[in-house]
Design a protein around this ligand. Sequence first.
Ligand code: SF4
Ligand code: SF4
Length: 485
Amino acid sequence: MKQSNSDDFTKIIDAENEQFRTEIGTMNRKGERKWVYAKKPSGRLTNYRTLVAYALLLALVLLPFIKLPNGNPVFMLNVFSSRFILFGQPFFTTDFFLLAIGMIVGVVFVILFTTVYGRIFCGWICPQTIFMESVFRRIEFMIEGDRNKQIRLDKQEWDADKIGKKGLKWFIYALISFFFANIMLSYLIGMDDLIFNIKEGPGESPTMFFVLLIFTSLFFFVFTWFREQVCTLVCPYGRLQGVLIDKTTIQVSYDFKRGESTNGRSKYRKNEDRAAAGKGDCIDCGQCVAVCPTGIDIRHGSQLECVNCAVCVDACDEIMEKIDLPKGLIKYASEDNIINGTNFKFTARLAAFTAILAGLLVVMSVFLTNRSDIEVKFLQTPGRDYVEKKGLIENQMQYNLMNKTNKDLQVHIRVKSHKDSQVDILSDGGKIFVKKGELKQGYVNVKIPKKNLSSYKEKVMLELVDENNHVIDAFEISFMAPFSY
Ligand code: SF4
Ligand code: SF4
């Protein structure tokens, strides 16, 4: 009988230890939420991560206020009026090919980056992690206390203490959500328009106010209740990890060889010679699990819920320090590193992948910076042939001119390739005036002396020049002329 009880117990433990393979850490088999009470993290990596998080938050808040010398903000994604500004450069629907190239480069970049560096982005740069761990959870720690106090508070009756603490937390969450919703909106409509809308009040721009309320509610919902489920249930990047990482990918890993040794992990006993007993360095203290914001046990190996935030690294290092064992039982390492007992090294493979990533960034930057501010196209006017007058051959051309700058422009067109030629603009009193961000269409007559032409389909270079005679863009046209010379 005794034997049978012990077998049952072992089975239960084994089943629990295998649960991570079939269940996610934040939900039971019935689909019910298991709330994660993460312990307050501390340590070297947590401090670095906090610094990075606050620097990025500061940049997020300040960037919409910054205007570049061309008068543009750094970023603006105005989906309401189809105005897009990236790194101060305006983009229009005509720049669709750049978007396509950008997306291809982006996908390749993400795949390569993840293959090499795993989910470092999730732990250090992802806005979800930064807002959750460096803003909202910190406020929770301040008001409700650390993990155990939070558990106690959630279990207790709704007395004055609980109502006060929860009420204060939610009120501050709502204020922060409203503030960041405004910041997000400024990336859509620009800070000038946002300030204008604030001064006008909700009555004057109800649509914007409605958008603001949606953003605020979304922020509040995600960081008050939904939390780590964004990473474990919604985020497609997390779901792709299984196919993107391999045995050489750098990620937060438990050194199972060291932690389990030959006889597995076991509780700490003072003055015990663990090595002689074949016991691993893991003392099963559970601190790495207690701090995990996604509620998982890193000792089960790589899991899709792990956002590589590295707080378990700090937690374990603190324990190792206390029991006088070397740090790094949990560390940034690849599976190969752990199996071979080697430390992270910047290998030739890493260097090659990093060089490719840098190359992709350069390619994208070149595409972005070489894009002309003015885009012009000339087409022969359909159904029209050349005209010969007083020794000049005349072609009527249709032009499409896109002004991608931030200012209105007055331009004229001249022939660069053939002497004594002229271009007559057939509208707007002989001048082309195009407003910022607008597409202008019209007609011009290009006249070239017959004696300067040598082919019935002559290549002619036209130039677009501004009021100060600076060449803005050039365009080659096929100029129709008589057959015989
Ligand atoms: S396992 Fe460690 S690195 Fe992964 S999410 Fe949990 S605490 Fe962060
Ligand atoms: S914190 Fe370190 S020692 Fe404690 S359970 Fe986790 S891996 Fe083991």
